[in-house]
Design a protein around this ligand. Structure first.
Ligand code: UT7
Length: 330
């Protein structure tokens, strides 16, 4: 017997800081060029949360507050906040708890979910299950990162890619036809060698040495990650289409993690989806890690139509990757 209660995205909101770090400014910091960055990644600029003392929860709270306000939802009605992030304000408590406090969601419980660039899709599926079980009725799923807090602005192979920002969606139960239909989530921890942050965790707590050797920053072997990302993001997107009998004509939008325009193009090609159906904002925000997918949904909200078949895909550190098929609900 199929499950009666399904989970639908019923609202979306995003947040990006005001400060724009352009390729031109990066040209003055490191040996690079606008031309190299644009052709290799598709990125023209990214946003940076510059104000001292602000963290991921401040971006999250700004978006969640707006999300609730514009949909006339009393913060006390929120049951659960899940925050996908790899740059929490602090090791503990969870950024989700800080967001809940800042927006007055006093009846909500919450926790963070860290799956690097796949954090938001993992969190969305987790939230979906709470709704489908019937135990929770208003679940806020966030994806936010302040990547500038873990980027070495002397490392030209990483600092050109990442930016700060993110977004949040509201999940609610529906008995209608438009809901989160299917998902494939995967992980391969052996990918750690190619993409990680060496220090700051329990394996290597902060020390003078870890600071001196700059081990608190993102370490990425770009070419290796690129190869895994292209293959896995394309394969998992094709797989979710196949098992739901979707042709490229059926797909209204592809919502791909924004890591590199070339990875996005390869995924769309494998799915047979034309460029006009591919959501894109990497040129404006770069890779915001947990933030890319909700930021896309926020920016394309007015273009999506009720009933649209949406395929979301992501790949990131872990390695983690996956795809979600949903029908847009409003
Ligand atoms: O979201 C999480 C998952 N992450 C990803 O999906 C990222 C996947 N990887 C990538 O997007 C790409 O590998 C990068 C954008 C990181 C790098 O692009 P690439 O085409 O793989 O470049 P590369 O690392 O092979 O480097 C090519 C050349 C090298 O010079 P030589 O050795 O050929 O002389 C680099 O030193 O480009 C050089 N280079 C740069 N030149 C100008 C590397 N970074 C820069 C730079 N500006 N910023």
């Amino acid at each position: 017997m199929s499950q009666r209660i399904k989970a639908a995205i019923t609202a979306v909101e995003g947040y990006v800081p005001d400060y724009i770090l352009t390729n031109k400014e990066l040209e003055s910091l490191i040996e690079t060029s606008d031309e190299w960055i644009t052709t290799r990644t598709g990125i023209k600029e990214r946003r940076i949360l510059k104000e001292p003392g602000l963290g991921t929860s401040d971006m999250g709270a700004a978006a969640v507050k707006k999300l609730l306000e514009k949909n006339n939802i009393d913060p006390l009605e929120v049951d659960l906040i899940i925050c996908g992030t790899i740059t929490p304000d602090m090791v503990f408590p969870a950024t989700a708890c800080l967001i809940a406090d800042k927006v007055g969601a006093k009846n909500a419980f919450g926790y963070d979910l860290g799956a690097a660039c796949s954090s938001f899709i993992y969190a969305l599926v987790t939230g979906q299950k709470f709704i489908e079980s019937g135990t929770h009725k208003k679940v806020v799923v966030c994806g936010f990162d302040k990547m500038s807090s873990i980027i070495n602005y002397e490392d030209r192979t990483t600092c050109i890619i990442f930016g700060d920002g993110g977004g949040a969606v509201l999940l609610e139960p529906t008995e209608g036809e438009n809901y989160i239909v299917d998902s494939i989530l995967q992980a391969d921890g052996s990918g750690v060698v190619h993409l990680h942050q060496k220090a700051g965790g329990s394996k290597m707590p902060p020390s003078h040495r870890s600071i001196d050797e700059r081990l608190h920053y993102v370490y990425q072997e770009g070419q290796s990650v690129f190869k895994f990302a292209v293959t896995n993001m394309a394969d998992v997107s094709a797989e979710i289409m196949e098992r739901n009998n979707l042709t490229s004509d059926d797909v209204a939008w592809l919502v791909p993690h924004q890591a590199n325009k070339r990875i996005i193009d390869a995924t769309a090609r494998r799915m047979g989806v034309s460029d006009d159906k591919v959501m894109l904002n990497i040129h404006k925000y770069g890779n915001t890690t947990s933030g890319t997918i909700p930021l896309l949904l926020w920016e394309y909200e007015q273009k999506m139509k009720k009933g649209d078949n949406i395929i979301i895909s992501a790949f990131g550190g872990g390695f983690t990757w996956g795809s979600i098929y949903l029908k847009w609900a409003y």
